[in-house]
Design a protein around this ligand. Sequence first.
Ligand code: KIV
Length: 316
Amino acid sequence: MSLTTFRAGAQPLGVSHTKVTVPTLGEMKRQAKPISALTAYDYATARLADEAGIDLLLVGDSLAMVVLGHENTLSVTVDEMLHHTRAVRSAVRRALVVADMPFGSYHGTVAEGVANAVRFVKEAGAEAVKIEGPRTELVRALTEAEIPVIGHLGLTPQSINRMGGYRVQARTAETVRQLEADARSLARAGAGAIVLEGVPREAAAQITAALTIPTIGIGAGPDCDGQILVFHDLVNLTFAPAAKFVRRYADAGALFRSAIERYREDVEHRAFPADAESYHLSSGERRALGMEAELQAEAEAEDAIANRDALQEWTS
Ligand code: KIV
């Protein structure tokens, strides 16, 4: 058991308490205010990120890799994504909660895509969904169904088999033009923002300038309207060298490892738990259980401590 009640005023100073919505993202772009975004998959980290003032929390399908230990994102299911989205939703008060639609959940008909997106809103409380690729017809249908959509272009991890690996995209003038055309058509279809992943800085800057909706970059340079990172990359809870675009802000891996090792050692040396970390019976109940000998020993030990303290006070 662990208590999880909300504290009033948990946001740091200078962070607005106003709920972030998809229109807020557009307003932030108009005001040239950078959008901070991070992935989140569980209650505790989502709550920390929300209380730290992050604007957008994405329940990314990257959870397949960083939380479930799968090789890539393709295997995660709608039910697994719903489960984690619910946990994040219950932690968050201010940030926009976006659910990533997993591979296969929107690759069939538009009607199937809409039906799966409805589940994220209805069953998990998502406030927007994210889909990969230039799927303008689906974005239009979702928008008509009142489900805000975030697009995702460039390096789209669900296309790993087609791309042949995780490679920086849009490296030629022609592919930059195509990327911009895709971004423009997603915006026209109603997307509220577009994640640009793994593209050259210059391409991201050109697309950001061309759109009225915000771009949120990951491995796309500093000129996007916002930035997103995978939480586990940010705090070093991964087990591989970081990609070029990752900045590690903490070493939670080392912190957790040391805490777990110290706990194990304390258990092995019977140093945990201490008497002060234990619950006790009242002396009446202990007497009723025939524990007079321990009570007597405790009383003598207490007397010895009191006598020692008195002597020290008298001689000092
Ligand atoms: O799943 C994910 O974490 C993502 C972000 C990296 C944008 O799609």
